[in-house]
Design a protein around this ligand. Structure first.
Ligand code: PMV
Length: 363
């Protein structure tokens, strides 16, 4: 997209040297993105709560390359250790970004990345890691070319760049709530980047919790990329696209009007739909585990008996997100401790909540 091409300036030796760092959170999709086409474009629009405690911090030190070549030159460290497999993925990503950032092959990069959550906790880290990387690249461009950009335009570009690394990462860029994907009746919505939606939030949703219960730490049998690919030939694909668009509008209305129960119903239906799509695809596969179902049933029973508004969501994996407003935090904490932790691997869970979005860190 022309809008995002920089002017192809020649980088002066001194200017092309520096260090940038961003801390960027994960997010939980309320309406799920599942299936893509073209260059990382979503089959359907999605909306998510931006989280706070599950984040990636990425720092990039860059300097001019000693010898000029068209190759991408990266040293990548994850939690202090060199990680060649991750490095290869980033090289591929940078290769794809050469059109947007023509200076990438002119520099060498040392990238250090750390997650706030345990490395093998089974928490999908692509949203936080790819968004922090994208934000760093936009900061490098800003610093080298002394590019003055309004914050809104900067974040829009970062979301565009993050999407090319991982679709869900495009949504982590904005505080509180973000919408990614073109949908009827919302002029500003786009398949290319996410847009901020925090202004739609009713007071009921202003302080919202999302505790992530770790059911399994094992690597998934089918990755999200494979899942998206399988969705292209899914026999329910067209119906799913219509359903996601319809639910999106109902959910936005519930967020605006403070309708907690409506919100909860849609969020739970979406989580179960995501997994039903996996089970009914060809090949069919299952990412939930017995304890995922135990937790879901406990939440439903607790809600029915106590009338406390607590709801579940799932990512593409067995871990369960427990969503609830701050007004019932004490009761839900007791419930998690007394009834749910026994289903968690090593009784582990991450206490998270809706957050204020990525932060640039000073050096
Ligand atoms: O961004 P990806 O490619 O990791 O896909 C994310 C897919 C889901 O987490 C299942 C749904 C979503 O919208 O985040």
């Amino acid at each position: 997209m022309d809008l995002y091409k920089n002017s192809g300036l020649t980088i002066g030796e001194q200017e092309a040297k520096g260090i940038v760092s961003w801390k960027s959170p994960s997010n939980i999709a309320l309406i799920k993105y599942w299936g893509k086409h073209g260059k990382q474009l979503p089959l359907n629009p999605s909306i998510s709560f931006t989280l706070s405690q599950a984040y990636t911090q990425t720092t990039i030190e860059y300097k001019p390359k000693r010898k000029s070549s068209s190759k991408i030159d990266i040293d990548f460290y994850f939690e202090g250790q060199k990680k060649p497999t991750f490095a290869r993925r980033i090289v591929k990503y940078f290769e794809e970004l050469k059109d947007i950032f023509p200076f990438l092959p002119q520099l060498s990069f040392e990238i250090n990345s750390d997650n706030s959550f345990p490395h093998s906790s089974g928490i999908a880290s692509s949203a936080s890691s790819m968004s922090s990387l994208a934000l760093c690249l936009c900061s490098i461009e800003r610093d080298i070319f002394k590019k003055e950009m309004e914050t809104e335009a900067f974040l829009q570009k970062a979301s565009y760049v993050a999407r090319l690394g991982s679709g869900s990462a495009s949504r982590s860029i904005h505080p509180k709530v973000a919408l990614w994907g073109n949908t009827n009746g919302m002029e500003e919505s786009s398949d290319l980047f996410s847009i901020p939606m925090k202004s739609v939030l009713h007071d009921v949703f202003r302080k919202f919790h999302d505790d992530i219960l770790i059911v399994s730490k094992k690597a998934k049998s089918i990755s999200s990329s494979e899942g998206h690919a399988i969705m292209s030939g899914h026999r329910f694909k067209d119906g799913r696209i219509l359903q996601a668009n319809k639910r999106l509008h109902i959910l936005i209305k519930a967020l605006k009007n403070g309708k907690l129960e409506k919100f909860g119903n849609i969020v739970e239906e979406e989580a179960l739909t995501l997994h039903s799509l996996m089970m009914s695809s060809n090949p069919s596969y299952l990412l939930m585990e017995p304890n995922t179902l135990q937790i879901i049933m406990e939440i439903q029973e607790f809600r029915k008996n106590s009338k406390i508004p607590v709801y579940f969501s799932l990512d593409a994996g067995p871990n369960v997100h427990v969503l609830y407003p701050d007004s019932v935090a004490v009761e839900v904490n007791d419930f998690i401790n007394s009834r749910l932790l026994k289903y968690c691997k090593d009784r582990e869970y991450i206490k998270d909540y809706m957050g204020s979005g990525p932060k640039e860190l000073d050096f």
